[in-house]
Structure formats: structure tokens, C-alpha cells
Design a protein around this ligand. Structure first.
Ligand SMILES: NC(=O)c1ccc[n+]([C@@H]2O[C@H](COP(=O)([O-])OP(=O)(O)OC[C@H]3O[C@@H](n4cnc5c(N)ncnc54)[C@H](OP(=O)(O)O)[C@@H]3O)[C@@H](O)[C@H]2O)c1
Length: 288
């Protein structure tokens, strides 16, 4: 199986590159300069040259707050870009692996009791911010197409590459004695290494359709921060604050846990978030 990776410089793209190198699998990987997914000709040409069996789309517009002012740009990548990939994959007979987000769901606080295990794959989609709308629009492109596609939703993505919450917390703790973190947004982290491994297993099993890949248990960002500092042996005073004390341009869902039941039915063991975090911290230590 030959792969083509888009968004090769992002946190998930770089994880895929490392994974495929270790597995000794043939692949090509392109960042936005060599394969801008908003450019349909470039997308087509790269796929025509490389002739992959599977295109793994890690390219996305991911700036949640900036998307509020640049919704058109977000759509050009997260919807238009997906359309270009779908069309080229149809023409050159490739499977598409695409990643989406917990932010496609309504994220009401009350949904936390309606969906104790998290939103199921086929739950109602009603994004609360521009980024979520653009990602949902990309999902619809895939749903409407005839393409063989594996659509993976992840949440609170973090890993050893690029920027994420875990690295931000550790960086801030270097210069601060106390930190305030929101305690009323609930979800669960997805770890890039776990997402890649499980997606690869789904691909090998010939699976298509929508799957959620995140970790077990519902936590808040403050819970996550507390455990990061505990495992990393960082002494810091943590203040748990409501979102109202940390205003952001884009509205954030109060609840965005993803159910992993479908994944478990495939026999894939869902990682516990504290275990995933400990693996990530070990990887970060090794790279220091
Ligand atoms: N990060 C999260 O917390 C999170 C949560 C849920 C879902 N997701 C989803 O998970 C996937 C991977 O996210 P990530 O955290 O790895 O994102 P990331 O680190 O921000 O990487 C995204 C990559 O996409 C590239 N890109 C942007 N516009 C492009 C374009 N027009 N053509 C080609 N490449 C382009 C960027 O390249 P440049 O830097 O060169 O622009 C960047 O390297 C995305 O689909 C995202 O929506 C992420």
C-alpha cells in the first residue's frame, strides 16, 4: 500500500511520516507549499505523479479563533480542499483518509447527560463556531461523494510534534508560578500516535466510513492540566476557572466527548487518557 500525506508539517502529518518510516511503507508527503489543497490542479498533479493507494489528508485550517474573521479562508481549505482531494482520488482510484473534529457537534452542556459515553458517529451535527462549520462542510463533501473514504474524528489532538495544549502548559509553567485553566469545557484528548496506529489498523482491515478516535473518560481542560503537571513533576498553582473568565473569539463547546464504542466493536482498545499522556511525556522527554 502506497501513501500520500498532505499537511506534512502539521502535528498529525509529522506523526504519520514517522509512523510510515518506521513501518517501512512507501509514501510521499507534501506540505502546503508543494501541495496546496486549495489548488485543484496541484492536487491532481501530485496524485497523478505519485499514484498512491491511499491519500491521508492531514491538511486543514486549524486556527479556531482566527476562523471567526476568516470563515471563507477556513472553508476554502476545510471544504474546498477536501472537494479537490475527493475529485482527484475518484479520478486516480485512491482511498481517502480524512480527519475531522469534535467541534462538528452542538456541544451543549446538557448533551453531557444525554450522551454519557460521548457523541456517537451519527449524532446530530450543529457546530457552534466558524471552524466547526468549515470542518462539517468538508465532511458533507465526503458524505455526498461515492469515494471510498475513512473519516476519522478526533478531539483535543496532541502529540510530540507541532503545537498543542500539553506543550503549551509545559511552556507556560517554565515562567509562571500559577496558571488559570478552564474547568467547564469537557471532552477527552486524542493522541496523534494512537490516532495514527488505530487509523492504520482500520485501513488494514479494509474499513471505510466514520470513526471516532479519542481516549477514555470525560475530563476538563483543568483536569488535563493538573495531570500534565503531576506527571511532569511541575510545581505550580492551578486555578480552575469558568470559560466566562477566559473569553475567546470563537465559542467553544461545553461538552465534546466522542464516543469510542464503534472503535471498540472493531476490537481496538481505547487508550486511557492518563496512559496516553504518560506516553506523550516520555516521547517529549526523549526529544529534549
Ligand atoms: N489540533 C486539534 O486540537 C484538533 C482537534 C480536532 C480535530 N483536529 C483535526 O485534525 C487534523 C490534523 O490537525 P493538526 O493538529 O495536525 O493540524 P496542524 O498542526 O495545524 O496542521 C495542519 C497542517 O495543514 C497545513 N495546511 C493548511 N492549509 C493548507 C493548504 N491549503 N494546503 C495544504 N496544507 C495546508 C498546514 O501547513 P502550513 O503550516 O504550511 O500552513 C499545517 O501543516 C485536522 O483535520 C484538524 O482539523 C485537530
Amino acid at each position: 500500500m502506497k501513501f500520500l500525506i498532505t499537511g506534512a508539517n502539521g502535528q498529525l502529518g509529522r506523526e504519520w511520516i514517522q509512523f510510515l518510516e518506521l513501518k517501512g511503507k512507501p509514501f510521499d508527503a507534501f506540505g502546503s507549499k508543494k501541495m496546496d489543497i486549495t489548488d485543484s490542479e496541484q492536487v491532481r498533479n501530485r496524485i497523478k505523479e505519485c499514484r498512491p493507494d491511499v491519500v491521508i489528508n492531514c491538511a486543514a485550517y486549524t486556527n479556531v479563533d482566527e476562523a471567526e474573521d476568516k470563515e471563507e479562508l477556513a472553508h476554502s481549505v476545510n471544504e474546498g480542499g477536501v472537494e479537490h482531494l475527493v475529485n482527484a482520488c475518484l479520478d486516480y482510484n485512491c482511498k481517502l483518509v480524512h480527519f475531522s473534529t469534535d467541534y462538528v457537534f452542538p456541544g451543549n452542556f446538557e448533551d453531557g447527560s444525554k450522551f454519557p459515553d460521548g457523541y456517537p458517529e451519527d449524532g446530530e451535527k450543529r457546530p457552534v463556531n466558524a471552524y466547526g462549520r468549515s470542518k462539517r462542510a468538508g465532511e458533507i463533501v465526503i458524505e455526498k461523494s461515492e469515494l471510498d473514504c475513512l473519516l476519522i474524528r478526533v478531539s483535543w489532538l496532541c502529540g510530540p510534534f507541532g503545537n498543542n495544549f500539553v506543550k503549551t502548559m509545559l511552556r507556560l509553567a517554565e515562567t509562571r508560578d500559577e496558571l488559570s485553566v478552564v474547568d467547564d469545557q469537557k471532552g477527552s484528548p486524542s493522541f496523534t500516535f494512537d490516532v495514527v496506529e488505530k487509523t492504520f489498523q482500520l485501513l488494514n482491515a479494509g474499513k471505510s466510513g466514520v470513526y471516532h478516535i479519542s481516549s477514555k473518560e470525560r475530563i476538563s481542560w483543568a483536569d488535563f492540566a493538573e495531570e500534565i503537571f503531576k506527571q511532569a513533576n511541575v510545581e505550580i498553582t492551578l486555578h480552575r476557572i469558568p470559560s466566562s473568565e477566559f473569553p475567546t473569539k470563537a465559542k467553544r463547546p461545553a461538552f465534546s466527548l466522542l464516543s469510542n464504542q464503534k472503535l471498540e466493536k472493531e476490537g481496538l482498545k481505547v487508550v486511557a487518557w492518563k496512559e496516553g499522556l504518560s506516553v506523550l511525556l516520555e516521547k517529549l522527554n526523549r526529544s529534549l
